[in-house]
Write a protein that binds this ligand. Sequence first.
Ligand code: SAH
Length: 478
Amino acid sequence: MKPLNPPAIVILGQGSMAVARQIQTALPEAVIYGLASRTQGADVVYENFGDRLRELFRGGTPIVGICAAGILIRTLAPLLVNKWQEPPVLAIAEDGSAVVPLLGGLQGVNDLARRIAAGLQVSAAITTTGELRFQTTLLSPPRGYRLINPDDAKGFIADLLAGAKVQLIGNAPWLRESRLPLVQEGDEVPPLTIQIVAETAAQPTPGPDCLVYVGEEGTGDREQGTGNGKLAIVGTGPGAAAWLSPEVKEILQSATDWVGYQTYLDLAEPWRQPQTVRHQSDNRVELDRARTALDLAAMGRTVAVVSSGDPGIYAMAAAVFELLEREAKPGWSPIEIQVCPGISAMQAAAAQVGAPLGHDFAVISLSDILKPWEAIASRIAAAGQADLAIAFYNPVSQQRTWQLEKAKEILLQWRSPQTPIVLARNLGRPGQRVTVKELGELAIADADMRTVILIGSSKTRTLQQREGVQWVYTPRHY
Ligand code: SAH
């Protein structure tokens, strides 16, 4: 596929500029097009919306319209003739609350939608998962495999989408585990075939009904599980690229598979190679994810389990070891496991305001999903009594709101209402907000599940440095 032009973010009025800029943060290569009479500060101005939109579309430029989907559909409808060539087109709600991919499924519109949605902190309204899945699987085989007739893939995928089934000949675990509709025993003879051949073998006849992949010598054996699999559990930091370690970047780029919670995979998306397979989940069952990752590695894949922040802090690393011990499948023992640290939310938060964790501190998760509230309450009291600074993770969620209020109540038994606290939301991501307050002012509305809260000890101080710059720190000398 030829590379696409940089996306055009098209706006009709100044009210859309803020959202346009937010999208541009997520897609730094994108260009903002603003209507001449109604916008200021756009990268490019245009006079006539319809003409400009059709011109961009004909030129193969991905279009991100901050306007109603209907406007885009009506404007471009006369040009819709060939879905293999149309560029991605997306409609974005003016307040950034919805990201709707409309056209360009074969040119990666869903990937683009996910990147934009991650930047806007919403979910993309993906409606074509089947199409996307087949395309990624077939056009981007994992390392060691090469499709020799990519031109036939388009017709092949169209037949798949129309309901055809596939007979797989040869060794291709990545296809066996994909959601390709493979023929079952008893099915009629299928019209479509995928063949995996060794470089040296006699080649079958490729065509629109038969995709042929050349597998490197030995690829098959390795995938069968002779135990060269690797599993790296990585932390991507809170979100910003500058806070992701070179080691983690390297691992993300060289993995054949990523496993993780959808939001975290979306954050890491800029580092994904096209052939890397995403195994995303939207459930929060960490042990299921850990099992998927270990099973993939046992087949010889190079797997990255992706957590945000540090993978060892309320994240996937412990889940992998827990499962490894509990289920102890024989296929898992040869896997090479590595844990790669990341910057945790509390470190990023502390750095924004100075050094509130500069002396002894405790870290407590307020989530009582995995442990009883009594344990949490007694830890908060103990940390309060011991005069430790405290970092609270998972302070509130939609279902859990009272814990934070309770935590405040317990702390106020030991600590003054004037104790400095730090509320840090969306660190390293669009919409980052860091606020310094006093413990007595802490309210549930200050926090959500993307907030980490730091509570000072009795020694924690605020410091006015220069005009408008206030620091928070905990001295190391008492
Ligand atoms: N492994 C992660 C923590 C996962 S638990 C880490 O080391 O940072 C999830 C909690 O972490 C959230 O409820 C929130 O309290 C905190 N958190 C994670 N990322 C954050 C971010 N970018 N900004 C603020 N808090 C964040």
